[in-house]
Design a binder for this molecule. Structure first.
Ligand code: AN7
Length: 437
């Protein structure tokens, strides 16, 4: 006999999920979109397949910019014709996106790229791009009657899961590599009320544990294994192209960790080309931290295989040695004639100081994209006049310890901004201000 949960589940399906199915990207097996999409039996990951071509009306996207309706105001759901048709009463939105584009002479000068724009995904509700995927995946979780949600995280996913689960009224459990989470992110996950499990091990160990736990313990998995996350993250590209009047840039540059964003960007660009929304394809440039660069090594070897590494970098968000979305990220690089590059921790921190000093600000992992632009321009891969969009993935307040460590580190950092301490007297004040020139 069907229980209450089953009835609710099937009515939600009839109402919302009829237009999509899930297909394994490795073996092609198709399943209904009615549950927490873990891995396929073959080990591959599912992707969302649309059974109908979308009815795209660019004027509708434009009109929604002037609306107060939550779904119109979201930089994700504004593009809802391009997203899974989830029942609107189940959608949980803050709203997300609407992230701005910035250029600054200091960024152009430092990178050598005159036409550099940054898109600041740190302006999302919880301070990272993860919210774009989360609104879609948690809405799917509600549509299929999930009882609790879970993720492993280097920090930002956990902050986003904690917030969206609280908004949805669902309990959440987050698995974190113990001691390796930036303060802002850990603070958010605690504050929003997630059950926090610190795993003695790195992100990759936490990821393995949550995958096992989600199938054993009936937890809806919110990592980017979940294809609904990637559907939401595609809207970074949709919104960017909308902002650029559908005139694609020459390059889109982004940091690579677990490679969910790389996969989502590639899939979004494939769709935009198929639908005739862009004529010319931007090339993707994925930037990894030198100490956490399995994707770079695979790229350099002609994508023969991915060899997991033990990851270490100051950019804790991308301290990932065995990226879950490797196969689909590889497809994204091949489809866009993209490149993969590495930057050192030193280059990441210098790039961050330039972005911060420009008044824009970002967390260390985000600055990898700007450091990558500089390196690719120096190598002649990106030409100085190319139109380049670098994605800043997270907010400057995510990792305050990284800021303090950099600026108090000593003389070798030209942009170091060291606070001074003085007695409360004008004479002492004059002295330090004179020193500053
Ligand atoms: C700021 O939060 O993996 O290559 O668990 O937080 O799509 O994984 C974070 C990743 C870049 C890498 N920039 O993106 C997590 C997590 C920031 C990030 C990445 C992350 P993907």
């Amino acid at each position: 006999m069907a229980g209450e949960g089953d009835r609710e589940r099937s009515s939600a399906l009839v109402a919302g999920l009829a237009g999509i199915s899930l297909r394994c990207g490795r073996c092609g097996t198709a399943i209904a979109a009615d549950r927490s999409p873990g891995r396929c039996g073959c080990g591959g990951l599912y992707e969302v397949v649309y059974t109908r071509a979308p009815a795209i009306d660019l004027r509708a996207f434009e009109r929604r910019l002037g609306s107060w309706e939550a779904l119109d105001r979201s930089g994700v759901w504004r593009y809802r014709e391009l997203l899974p048709p989830l029942p609107s009463e189940r959608i949980v939105t803050r709203p997300e996106g609407n992230t701005n584009l910035y250029s600054h002479p200091a960024l152009s000068a430092w990178t050598g790229c005159t036409n550099l724009i940054v898109k600041h995904e740190g302006e999302n509700p919880t301070g990272s791009f993860k919210d774009r995927g989360m609104t879609v995946a948690i809405s799917h979780a509600r549509a299929v009657g999930a009882r609790a949600v879970a993720c492993a995280s280097t920090g930002n996913t956990s902050a986003s899961v904690a917030a969206y689960a609280a908004l949805a009224g669902l309990p959440s459990v987050v698995f974190l590599p113990a001691g390796k989470i930036a303060a802002g992110k850990l603070g958010q996950a605690i504050a929003y009320g997630a059950r926090i499990v610190q795993v003695e091990g790195d992100f990759d160990a936490a990821m393995q544990l949550v995958e096992a736990a989600s199938s054993e313990l009936d937890l809806y998995l919110l990592n980017s294994v979940n294809p609904f996350r990637l559907e939401g993250q595609k809207t970074i590209v949709f919104e960017l192209l909308h902002q650029l009047a559908w005139e694609p840039p020459d390059w889109i540059v982004l940091p690579g960790g677990n490679l969910g964003n790389t996969a989502a960007f590639g899939a979004a660009l494939e769709q935009l080309v198929r639908w005739g929304l862009v004529a010319q394809l931007p090339r993707l440039a994925v930037i990894q931290a030198e100490g956490a660069a399995p994707f770079y090594a695979a790229y350099r070897s002609g994508f023969v295989e991915l060899r997991p590494v033990r990851a270490e970098t100051v950019a804790t968000a991308i301290r990932i040695g065995n990226p879950v979305s490797y196969e689909r990220a590889r497809r994204a690089i091949e489809f866009t004639r993209g490149v993969v590059e590495i930057v050192s921790d030193e280059e990441i921190l210098d790039a961050k100081a330039v972005v911060d000093r420009a008044g824009i600000g970002c967390e260390p992992a985000s600055a990898a994209s700007v450091a990558g632009v500089r390196k690719l321009v120096a190598q002649g891969v990106i030409r100085p006049g190319d139109r380049v969009v670098a994605v800043l993935t997270g907010h400057v307040l995510k990792d305050p310890d990284a800021i303090i460590a950099y600026h108090l580190a000593g003389e070798r950092r030209p942009l170091a901004n060291r606070p001074v301490t003085i007695p409360p007297s004008l004479a002492a004040l004059r002295e330090v201000l004179d020193d500053a020139g």
